[in-house]
Design a protein around this ligand. Sequence first.
Ligand SMILES: O=C(O)CCC(=O)C(=O)O
Length: 381
Amino acid sequence: MVKMDSKNLESRVQKLCREVRELSLGSNGEIDRLEGPLVPIRFLREYVMPGKPCIITGAVNHWKALQLWSNHYLASVLRDQDVSIYFTPNGFADSVVDLQEMHSQFNCQLEKTENEEDEVSFSKQQINDRCVGNDLTAEEPRFWFVTSHVEKIPFPEALREIVEVNKSGRGVAYAQHQNNCFLSEFGLLASDAEVHIPWATEAFGGLPEAVNLWIGNEKGVTSFHKDHYENMYVMVAGEKHFTLLPPVDVHRLYVRSYPSASFKRSQDGKTFSIEKNLPIAMVPWASVDPYPSALKEEHAIKLFPRYFQGELPFTCTLKAGEILYLPSMWFHHVMQTPDMEGRTIAINYWYDMQFDIKYAYFNFLDSFDCANGTSSSLSDL
Ligand SMILES: O=C(O)CCC(=O)C(=O)O
């Protein structure tokens, strides 16, 4: 019997990651491309059951959305519709934010809490200890998990905020409401696409739990995270660039618990502040930004060696008319390139995942802290 010190555990986890690639995912970082629509049983056997992503081309060519959805058409169909829009100063929604950087680049600061007692569910020491990069002697933690400022505004105004991002100086707008919004706020567009993907519905054994519409621009970045859904992600306009890691690679993302807060945008839309969510709640989130600026690269490699020195992540660019099958629990980071009209548009279908043996294995793996060789969960507090 081998005693599990941290080095031992680390090398066994690395071996597990390599083996998963060798046995089912491949190790060149490429995603299979297939001509669709797919036969459900083949999709189920070759991709859903092994939990392997793929890109399906030619399966939505019949959608009117691909031809019809100019900015003019969208603004006309949705002229009287209010929609939820998510604003950030820098385009990074729901991600780990460095307060020092926010202050120096966007003059955006953490607001003081009126009643300190509202905060005390976790001590500052506890918060600092859990996060990567915090100075243990500082008054406040430096890194926070920050969500967007959300407003419901008329669609034509929302679209202007998105496509005129470089002119407005009013932060970065992203239509990324996820509550089945394609069938609610954007329901007037539903007949231009489909409310489910028939062959995927057959493979998954039921209709999607939620269908969401995403309209963004080149500044909008979605940070590494995972979802408890099977995801059929359809690109309608522009391109999205996905960086993917399988669930078995969870330790490479240095998931830590961060105190949570939200951006608040001023009424004129020109300035942002950060408001703590009270009482302070800790949110487990991936610490790695896979594309740090040149200035931050060396530091990032030192801080996150398991990510930057490990196996290549899987990457792909999804173009209009293509579908990405993103298996449940895969970590994904998303960037975008708009089309000639200055926007990206996507619709995604979230199907229920099976909470089965793979899910149980993942939780077991996630419960080990490789750095210490202990079994205290990185994500629990
Ligand atoms: O398109 C994006 O920006 C993010 C998509 C995503 O996270 C998802 O579909 O789960």
